[in-house]
Design a protein around this ligand. Structure first.
Ligand SMILES: NC(=O)c1ccc[n+]([C@@H]2O[C@H](COP(=O)([O-])OP(=O)(O)OC[C@H]3O[C@@H](n4cnc5c(N)ncnc54)[C@H](OP(=O)(O)O)[C@@H]3O)[C@@H](O)[C@H]2O)c1
Length: 303
């Protein structure tokens, strides 16, 4: 049992009974492990993804623990689906205690979504931005928002033109930009929440390079098979280890008053200089609202 996320994070004694958690992208990988760990700690959990059969299997595991669990299908490339997910959460609870913005991936082929936005940026950043905006009033006053970014956010700047183009598309470059957007978003959200009279935290994290999640299915050629081989090596980061930082940020009393930070291995780390740039955080926040044609969320807390 010592290899479970809650044990790795040292939060196995935390009691989340009566709490409501939404973990996006919890049909597989890091999200699935996070959802199950939060369930073992006592939380009721909404499971999300596109794969209904995989979602039902996670719900069954949570129900077997005695938790109230439900699956909501939503394709993150669809604005309507994301709004539907938010509506389902609002039906489910008035007080969302934990929001894990985890769904995402690396996508090989360059394409634009219905909004005219590059697919990776839309799925990995715009969708959780919209979901969070839609759920602001549903979050408990001491809620925790946890965003799964990646160490891949390093070594790239946010190229605002590339967000609406797939000319000379590189899947990894697009992924890097989207993961940088995750840190910029999480930090900007924390600053804006700081200016409210609520105690909602927002932190981002890098789960590690984890060949054992479903992530490698997006990679070309022989890479998925190579990843499966790597997963058997003892020095590899396991999916449970990857989920441990999410579970720590969602449940640990150690981070009660921590917001606007970036973590790896359950410890705060410095994100890249590009991720810390306030002007880019502000521009991303405003441009995301423009792309979605919504009012700027938390506009009163503008930095
Ligand atoms: N594995 C790594 O090495 C690694 C490293 C750094 C960061 N991360 C991040 O960790 C997060 C989880 O990835 P993972 O490694 O656990 O991979 P995974 O096993 O493939 O899980 C990805 C999850 O995201 C969901 N998802 C993907 N595209 C979606 C879409 N268009 N609409 C709705 N849901 C979608 C999937 O649900 P369905 O399949 O049901 O649609 C699945 O539940 C991602 O944000 C990823 O960027 C992973």
């Amino acid at each position: 049992m010592g290899d479970r996320p809650e044990h790795i994070a040292g939060v196995e004694h935390v009691d989340l009974a009566g709490k409501h958690a939404l973990v996006t992208g919890s049909t597989s990988g890091i999200g699935r492990e996070t959802a199950l760990a939060l369930g073992r700690l006592g939380a009721d959990v909404m499971v999300h993804g596109r794969d209904a059969a995989a979602g039902a299997a996670v719900v069954d595991e949570l129900t077997a623990m005695g938790r109230e669990a439900t699956f909501q299908q939503a394709d993150y490339a669809s604005v309507d689906d994301v709004r539907g997910l938010a509506a389902a959460v609002q039906e489910w609870t008035d007080d969302l205690d934990v929001l894990c913005n985890n769904a995402g991936g690396l996508f090989r082929d360059g394409r634009l979504t219905d909004l005219g936005v590059e697919y990776t940026f839309h799925v990995n950043h715009l969708a959780p931005y919209l979901l969070t905006a839609e759920l602001l009033e549903t979050l408990a006053d001491d809620a925790r928002i946890v965003t799964t970014s990646s160490g891949a956010h390093r070594g790239v700047e946010l190229d605002f033109e590339a967000i609406e183009s797939v000319d000379s598309y590189s899947g990894f470059r697009a992924y890097q930009r989207s993961k940088l957007a995750n840190v910029l978003f999480s930090t900007a959200l924390a600053h804006r929440l700081d200016r409210t009279d609520r105690s909602i935290s927002s932190n981002a994290f890098h789960p590690g390079a984890i060949p054992g999640s479903g992530f490698s299915r997006f990679l070309p050629g022989p890479l998925p098979r190579l990843f499966a081989t790597l997963d058997r090596l003892p020095m590899t980061t396991t999916v449970a280890e990857g989920a441990a930082t999410a579970v720590s940020l969602a449940a640990s009393p150690r981070v009660d008053d921590v917001s606007g930070r970036y973590f790896a291995d359950c410890e705060p780390k410095e994100p890249s200089a590009a991720a810390r740039d306030r002007a880019t955080q502000r521009r991303l926040w405003e441009q995301s609202a423009d792309l979605l044609e919504i009012d700027e969320p938390l506009a009163d807390g503008r930095q």
